[in-house]
Design a binder for this molecule. Structure first.
Ligand code: VGL
Ligand code: ZN
Length: 209
């Protein structure tokens, strides 16, 4: 059973949003193209409380890009983004929302970030994504979304470790690239994680997979 997982395709990650991913608006059309080819489509949603510790403005004298130690982990500070119940946190307006059967929220604990759709960054708590996929009998997971070098990467690495056969739809992903080459390095890391196979959306939609 194969499922399509849309990672954090939310207004704040699009150009003009609070934490814009360059060309982030290019992924919704790829998602829309692929959704009809899947029986099960699920989305993750970055869903932070206003006091989330990953926001630079929740710390005195810190700015986006600075690092702190948070719950024992190195944490990059971000601009305030994807605050619960704000327009920026909504799934991108360009997505065909009626084709998304389930949305899993993450990053809801103010004291720890959650790049992966499966666990928080300390692997302390599960989000519920694994249970939803198990309930559907999902074995093969096709992943696309934002951002390649953060939430897509950690979602894919966890999915590989959990034993899914993972296909990363490269043309449906875009990276933040805080440092040049971060997104390319993330794709390489996903490849090395073993189960991850990197494919183009045309291969998926064309029935090659
Ligand atoms: C993300 C940074 C902070 C992402 C979420 O979706 O990749 N990146 N929160
Ligand atoms: Zn976030």
């Amino acid at each position: 059973m194969k499922a399509l997982l849309l990672v954090d395709i939310q207004n704040d990650f699009l150009p003009g949003g609070a934490l814009p991913v360059p060309d982030g608006d290019q992924v919704a059309p790829v998602a829309n193209l692929l959704m009809p080819h899947f029986d099960f489509v699920i989305a993750t949603q970055d869903w932070h409380p206003a006091n989330h510790a990953s926001f630079a403005d929740n710390h005195a004298q810190k700015k986006p890009g600075d690092r702190i130690i948070l719950s024992g982990l190195s944490q990059i500070l971000w601009p305030r983004h994807c605050v619960q119940n704000t327009p920026g946190a909504q799934l991108a307006a360009g997505l065909q929302l009626d084709r998304i059967q389930k949305t899993v929220q993450k990053g809801t604990d103010a004291a720890i970030d959650s790049y992966s759709g499966f666990f928080d960054n300390g692997h302390r708590r599960r989000t519920g994504l694994q249970d939803v996929l198990a309930g559907q009998g999902v074995t093969n997971l096709y992943v696309l979304g934002l951002a390649t070098d953060y939430c897509v990467k950690f979602t894919v690495l966890d999915a590989c470790a959990l034993g899914y056969r993972v296909f990363v739809v490269v043309d449906g992903c875009r990276g933040v690239n805080l440092a040049p080459g971060d997104a390319a390095a993330a794709l390489e890391e996903m490849r090395r994680a073993g189960a991850a196979v990197v494919v183009q959306s045309g291969q998926v939609a064309g029935g090659g997979h």
